[in-house]
Design a protein around this ligand. Sequence first.
Ligand SMILES: [Zn+2]
Length: 363
Amino acid sequence: MSRIKGNLIIPSHSELKHFDLPSDNFFIGPYLILIMCKSNLEHYEPPDKTKSPKFIKSEVLRDLNSRRARIVIDPSIKDTLNLVAGQNLESTVSKLCSFPNRHSKSQNIHHVSDWLLNELKNIGYDGTFFHKYSQDGFDLENVISNKNGSTEGNNGESMLLCAHYDTILKQNGDDIVSKAPGANDNASGVAALLEIARVIYPLSLGRNIQFAFFSGEEQGLWGSTHYAHYMKDKGLNLHTVVNMDMCGEPGFLPSNTTTYIDIDDGQTGIVSTNNEASKNFGLIMQGLANTYTNIDTLFDPIDASDYMPFEARGYVCIGAYDGSAISTNLHYHDKSDTIENIDFGFLSEVTKMVLAFILTEAR
Ligand SMILES: [Zn+2]
């Protein structure tokens, strides 16, 4: 396990011990740097949201409840949100569930990434590409698409919108054969991202928007860890990371129309300098949900999903999550995580909430 100090990731002594360094002192400097570059990614456990903290820190909640974001209705945002089509969400979830599974150690995962790449290209995103990485002997890819912003003066900060497309079964995490539809976890998030990508494609926005579809999430945030490392290594600034993971199965929170907005309340993240911005963006997203959608929102600490490697590098993270990863939900990481459990009306509203956030912050 790596120790993480500020924005620097430092391999622990035991990690360094594993490497056979060449005996020739002349080469030891550059060789060591090369090894550290390849090996300095932190490790995450396979995410299990049933073990995540359920409550925001009380002092943070008091603070959030004492201030609300003031949102003025913008007719152009309202018009754009009306373009979100539940039918598109449904057909994406249906398509993703039609693969036998989307396990990151199975060949299926590459068929899914090919399909995603083509979907984005068909919308018109010519700059769509595979961000390839290797972990534990598996060659995998994240699917990345860029929508360039039109204005200067935002420090080149992109908004990163992400969701994982892989699946896993709780009975056996290495079962790469059995059917694993993963309708809510996380075809729902992928469908929302694709729909947002479709709706905003013709719009002129100020900021760059980047869509990232990650593999290897269920193995321990593999894809997002490699991508967050790549972004930080390139010195790329991000305005926010917005993660969508499990967004379409309501009923596990106080009402059938309640969703969580995940924020960094300092309980689960490593870096403290990004907490305040995360809370502020959470308040804005909540205000937008109140203004433009018919869903209610609660705050929840970010945890056990693809925002964590970004948080560890100091980026500001928020997320949308339906709260359904609890032990009483038998569908979680199960073959019964099927399209029948998805409430597409609810998923449409969550998609609109995130889209309203993009439109507000990227204008
Ligand atoms: Zn997930």
